[in-house]
Design a protein around this ligand. Structure first.
Ligand SMILES: [Zn+2]
Length: 186
């Protein structure tokens, strides 16, 4: 049996059970492109195979088929133009932790921040790919903290944090704001 058929049969036998990538790779006969076959089941055949991108309680490498009946494939892809628009609108900054694209990540030392596009309401919960449902999120927050809300910090919360910071860090904040808004206007 072809790998995709093996995988489909296995998913249908294990509806509602979270499966790890190693199990699926074995089912597919240890072929390297097993993950592509899973994507085909989802995107071409419409099986609702969920991953950590769809549900916050799934970890990377976990897969779950919730129901046997395939549904018309949801358009999961976000166009390059829409992605660029969202990143620009969010100032190339993670809307959860404030990490800036290309700079060292504040909570993941040694790694440069990479931004993704996140959904405020997950696709699996009825969310869509409209601009209002999308926001910039770094890979760290995207992997670990999907249940955090991307609310902006209020002025009072920001000021509390800044007042607690060392003078050196306050001066860095000032320098950053001056760079952003221009010294004359500040
Ligand atoms: Zn983040």
């Amino acid at each position: 049996m072809a790998a995709r058929d093996q995988l489909r049969a296995h998913f249908l036998k294990n509806i509602g059970r979270v499966m790890k990538s190693g199990e699926l790779r074995r089912v597919a006969g240890n072929i390297t492109e097993w993950a592509r076959r899973v994507r085909e089941l989802r995107n071409e055949e419409g099986y609702q195979i969920l991953t950590h991108n769809d549900r916050s309680d799934l970890k990377p490498g976990e897969y779950l088929l919730e129901e046997a009946k395939p549904r018309p494939a949801i358009a999961r892809s976000i166009s390059k133009e829409l992605r660029a628009f969202i990143l620009d609108r969010n100032g190339f900054t993670c809307q959860m932790c404030g990490a800036v694209a290309g700079e060292d990540h504040p909570y993941d030392t040694g790694r440069k921040t990479r931004l993704h596009i996140g959904h405020r309401i997950d696709i699996s919960a009825g969310g869509d790919n409209s601009a209002g449902n999308l926001f910039a999120v770094c890979s760290v927050c995207n992997e670990g903290a999907r249940n955090l809300t991307p609310d902006r910090p209020s002025v009072s919360k920001l000021l509390i944090q800044i007042r607690r910071a060392s003078a050196k860090e306050q001066r860095e904040v000032l320098a950053w704001l001056q760079k952003k808004y221009g010294r004359s206007k500040a």
